[in-house]
Ligand binder design. Structure first.
Ligand code: 5GP
Length: 118
């Protein structure tokens, strides 16, 4: 069954798209966790990082180029930002179509909070 992100990529449900090309689509997160929160998604529905293959290298590398350009455009490149890819249960993944969170626009604090490992 198609995930919500496949439907957004196909234009079947609305989203605020900030970038689209033949490999990658990027749109604003519906529940932003920072002033800028964009999801960068390969058009090919790869469920998790565990499912990545060598054939995906170009698309996954391209996600970083898109992240760089969006960060510049959003005016957060200089101050900095964070890229996050969650995987499965312990990673907190909710949508099983691999995606990169681009978050920034304010100090984001420590990388992880609430943990017991330092
Ligand atoms: P995950 O926890 O899987 O890494 O992140 C999934 C993200 O997708 C969450 O930040 C959530 O807010 C976002 N999200 C879930 N459903 C929708 C939707 O329908 N539209 C948009 N734009 N974002 C969504």
């Amino acid at each position: 069954m198609a995930t919500i992100f496949e439907k957004i990529i196909a234009g079947e449900i609305p989203a605020t798209i900030v970038h689209k090309d033949d490999r990658v689509t990027a749109f604003r997160d519906i529940s932003p966790q920072a002033p800028v929160h964009v999801l960068i998604v390969p058009n090919k529905p790869i469920p998790t990082v565990n499912d990545v293959t060598e054939a995906d290298e170009a698309a996954l590398g391209h996600m970083f180029i898109v992240a760089r350009d969006i960060a510049r455009r959003e005016g957060i490149a200089e101050n900095g930002f964070r890229l996050i890819i969650n995987c499965n249960n312990h990673g907190g993944q909710v949508v099983f179509h691999l995606h990169m969170h681009l978050v920034g626009g304010a100090p984001l604090g420590r990388m992880l909070s609430g943990g017991t490992h330092g």
